[in-house]
Each structure stands twice: as structure tokens, then as C-alpha cells.
Design a protein around this ligand. Sequence first.
Ligand SMILES: Cc1cc2nc3c(=O)[nH]c(=O)nc-3n(C[C@H](O)[C@H](O)[C@H](O)COP(=O)(O)OP(=O)(O)OC[C@H]3O[C@@H](n4cnc5c(N)ncnc54)[C@H](O)[C@@H]3O)c2cc1C
Length: 264
Amino acid sequence: MIQEFMTPTSIEEAVVLKKTRSGSLYFGGGTEINHAGSSKKSDCVISLEKLGLNSVEQNGNQLILGASVTLQELIDAPLVPVTLQKAARHIYSRNVRNMATLGGNIGANRSDSALIPCLIALSADLDTAEDGRISVEDYISGNKQSLILSVIVPKQKGSCVVKKVSKSSASSAIITVAVRIDGSWGNINGAVLAVGGIGSQIMRLWSVEDGLKSGSIKNRDELQLAVSNVVAPQTDVLGSVSYKKYICGVTVADCVDECMEVAL
Ligand SMILES: Cc1cc2nc3c(=O)[nH]c(=O)nc-3n(C[C@H](O)[C@H](O)[C@H](O)COP(=O)(O)OP(=O)(O)OC[C@H]3O[C@@H](n4cnc5c(N)ncnc54)[C@H](O)[C@@H]3O)c2cc1C
């Protein structure tokens, strides 16, 4: 249970508090920290509310999203790419989206996040207080805890599609998938495939990306099979290994098809 709620008014103060208060956590919207069953628990939290990290700005070819922008603000901001807005909508409850922040979603580092794979597919970077500029992928795979100040989304070639597979809009994601494709069958110049819900963290399907770019994966059927073969899910209450392998292959293939349709 939270015993101390610190409210720093500068980034420097927040970083010093984090260093000096052992076990403390940065606190965005608190929807993960206060979520029953969350692994992110501390009796001392450092609120980011007064740091002014809630702007949405276009800077040349880059969109700069403040870490404290809420998921609902992402959806409502006209500058934000539609795919990122769709990813934010996958948290079904508007009440949660009104509190939950972009930085908090990355900090929570949940395997069922739809936003993290989407940011990876968009090749987004983070500006952090302690680690400087770092890719979203390196931040989550390194289990970093540095203070995220903003998310930098560069303009990318190709199209990006995100999907969540779940039993209902309110239930946990079985898998989440985000794909960015530049090109079409026979001429794929760029491919990023990021999948959630399979392991403990969001994963890139590097070998399948290479197969798409080299042309060794030539069509939808080969893609679906390659994805099913490369993922190693666990059986749990959400589905069996064979179901998850199958649905992952189908969903990635659907995303790639949609990317190619959008590009036409
Ligand atoms: C009903 C319900 C459904 C949910 N469904 C989903 C879902 O489908 N997918 C999903 O991913 N999540 C889900 N969540 C969890 C949570 O709402 C989201 O992950 C949310 O985006 C977390 O944001 P927050 O600002 O509330 O994070 P917080 O709870 O404030 O923080 C989460 C973690 O991130 C860290 N953190 C916060 N801000 C920063 C920052 N700027 N820099 C560095 N670290 C930071 C914190 O220290 C903490 O470790 C759900 C929660 C609820 C209650």
C-alpha cells in the first residue's frame, strides 16, 4: 500500500528522489501500480503530475509525445497516428484511459500491451532523464526504470497496423500484434513484426522479418506458417500452445495484408 506520495516539481528533483528512496516508483496515472495483482508495487511513489510532461508536438518529421499524456488524450489528439490511437483504444475502459499515461504503459512493460508493439513497429525512441535517448525496444528488453520524459515517433515509410486478440473487449489480450510493412509481396523493403502475449515481454520476430525482406517468405501462407513455427507460447487459461501459435500466425498475416492494402 502507498504510504508516501511525493510530488516533485522538477525533473531533477524527481530523479534525486528516485535515487535516494530505495524501492520507490515513478507514478504516472497509477492504474498499473494500483491494479490488484500488479508486480509494480511500492509504499513510496513519485508523482509525475507536476513535471509538465503532457504536451503533444510535431517537430519536423518527429512527433513528440510527453510521457504523462494520457491514453485518452492520445486518442483525442489529431496529430497522433491512427495506429497508435487504435493501440490506446485496446484498453477498453475510458475511465482507465483517462488516468493511464503513455510513459506508464511503457514502464509497466506488460506483455499484453498493444501500445508497446505499436511503438516498436513505428521505431519510436524515448527521451529519458537518466539514460538519454533510447529505443522503446532497448528500454523494455533492458527492464530499464529511468524516467521517461517523452516518446519520439519518427515519420516512417510504409503502413502500420495493430491488432489485439481477446475473448471480449474487456478481457485480457491473448496476443497483441503490431506490424509495419514498406512494400508488397515480391518487393518488401522494410518489415517490423512485434508480438505481445507470447513470452514475458513483447518480442520482435526477427527471422520472419528477414524472410520477408529477403523474399524467402513469398506469400501469406508461408508467412503464417513461419510465424507459428517461430513463436513459443505457453498453455494457460487464455489458450493452448497450438491455438496461440495458430492465432499468432493468422493475426500477423492479417496485419501484413492490411498494411499492403493501405499502401495501395
Ligand atoms: C481494468 C484495467 C485494464 C487494463 N488493461 C491493460 C491492457 O490491456 N494492456 C496494458 O498494457 N495495460 C493494461 N492495464 C494496466 C495499465 O492501465 C496500463 O498499463 C497503463 O498504461 C499504465 O499507465 P499508468 O500511467 O497508470 O502507469 P502507473 O501505474 O503510474 O505506472 C506503471 C509503471 O510504470 C512506471 N512509470 C510510470 N510513468 C513512468 C515514466 N514516465 N517513466 C518511467 N516509468 C514510469 C511506474 O513506476 C510503474 O512501474 C489495465 C489496467 C486496468 C485497471
